[in-house]
Design a protein around this ligand. Structure first.
Ligand code: GLN
Length: 198
């Protein structure tokens, strides 16, 4: 079983733990640099990206994590986790820091106040078994994706139709929505399989 870290500074850590266990991985909480040595991949949960950013600095994890991702550590980020994996973030605090693991510009709280939180069914590239229920909670979207970034899902309809909400660059996957809250394990399974093959 691969050992997969879940960044446990803030956010919905527990939901990712359960999903990883069900997908055949051994999750471990990550709060300090020494814990990075034993992980085969890292999940960054949903929560509040500016808080996670601040805590990454406090716990001196920012540079070590950037380095691990540069060296090819597989990653999965949902919502705030997507924001943390970005190379550039719009509508965040001026001092917020990010991990540069995916060449993309992400807009924080992109869906606006009216549609703060919503659910929809979407197609997810490379995942079989029919549409996936996606839960968005004050979610970001990907405003711009670099040439090496594969778009995995877009908003299917409504005012935000066509917006990019799931991407992958090499072994790092990010979703605007929360696959950890629906009981649909396909995104976590894709990630665990990615880590296994690594
Ligand atoms: N709006 C949050 C942020 O900016 C993300 C929300 C979430 O993770 N559900 O970090």
């Amino acid at each position: 079983r691969p050992t997969i870290g879940v960044l446990a500074l803030q956010g919905d850590v527990r939901e990712h733990f359960s999903a990883l266990v069900e997908c055949g991985a051994d999750p471990v909480g990550v709060r300090r640099v020494s814990e990075l040595d034993r992980i085969d991949g890292l999940v960054i949960p949903g929560g509040e990206s500016t808080t996670i950013s601040r805590l990454l600095s406090v716990f001196e994890l920012l540079e070590p994590l950037r380095e691990r991702f540069r060296d090819g550590l597989p990653g999965l980020g949902s919502c705030a986790g997507m924001i943390m994996l970005a190379s550039k973030v719009l509508d965040t605090r001026p001092d917020a820091q990010h991990l540069d693991a995916i060449d993309m510009t992400v807009r924080r709280n992109a869906f606006g106040r009216q549609v703060d939180s919503f659910e929809t069914d979407l197609e997810f590239a490379g995942i079989a078994g029919g549409p996936m229920r996606a839960v968005f909670i004050r979610a970001p979207w990907v405003e711009e994706a670099g040439d090496d970034v594969e778009v995995l899902a877009r908003v299917p309809h409504g005012p935000a139709a066509g917006r990019i909400v799931a991407v992958r660059q090499s072994k790092v996957i990010a979703t605007s929505f929360h696959p950890e809250v629906t009981g649909d394990l396909r995104v976590h399974q894709l990630f665990v399989d990615t880590v296994r093959r690594d």
